[in-house]
Write a protein of this length. Structure first.
Length: 148
């Protein structure tokens, strides 16, 4: 088995989600991979930056485009711990990202539930490390409720 598989990279995205958790942010993490190398990392920063667009995917897309020196991510894979929202799916469309791999489903605001279109050439894989990704999100919201 290839050591650089979807599980390996999703674990890296989970590390990013843990950084967000530790900052009091909704724990979503993302990495962008090009030729089996992580070229960008991101985690949710909406509270830290006071910016509703500062989702993990958006942070990672910006960093990846900067690294590659171009706005298109056709040969890249986005690994993200939570199904992208409408905004992030829309951004993925414009990046023309080659593949999206996500962990936990987002039953209320996920792109698939809302019918948001992604680029027709983008492959999507869901449910990679779904339990671990879901656990961190549930833990965050349980702790948040208990503090209020």
């Amino acid at each position: 088995m290839n050591s650089f598989d979807d599980v390996y990279f999703m674990r890296k995205a989970l590390q990013e989600a843990e950084f967000a958790f530790d900052k009091g942010e909704v724990p979503v993490g993302a990495v962008v991979v090009f030729k089996e190398q992580i070229i960008a990392r991101g985690h949710n920063l909406t509270e830290t930056l006071n910016d509703v667009t500062a989702h993990a995917e958006m942070q990672a897309f910006t960093a990846a485009a900067d690294f590659l020196g171009g706005k298109y991510l056709k040969d890249c894979v986005l690994y993200v711990t939570l199904e992208p929202c409408q905004m992030c799916a829309g951004a993925s469309y414009w990046t023309q990202i080659g593949k999206i791999v996500y962990g936990a489903n987002e039953p209320k605001l996920g792109f698939s539930v809302l019918g948001t279109k992604i680029h027709p050439k983008t492959k999507v894989i869901s449910g990679v490390l779904e339990e671990e990704c879901s656990f961190l999100l549930k833990k965050f919201f349980i702790e948040k409720r208990n503090l209020n």
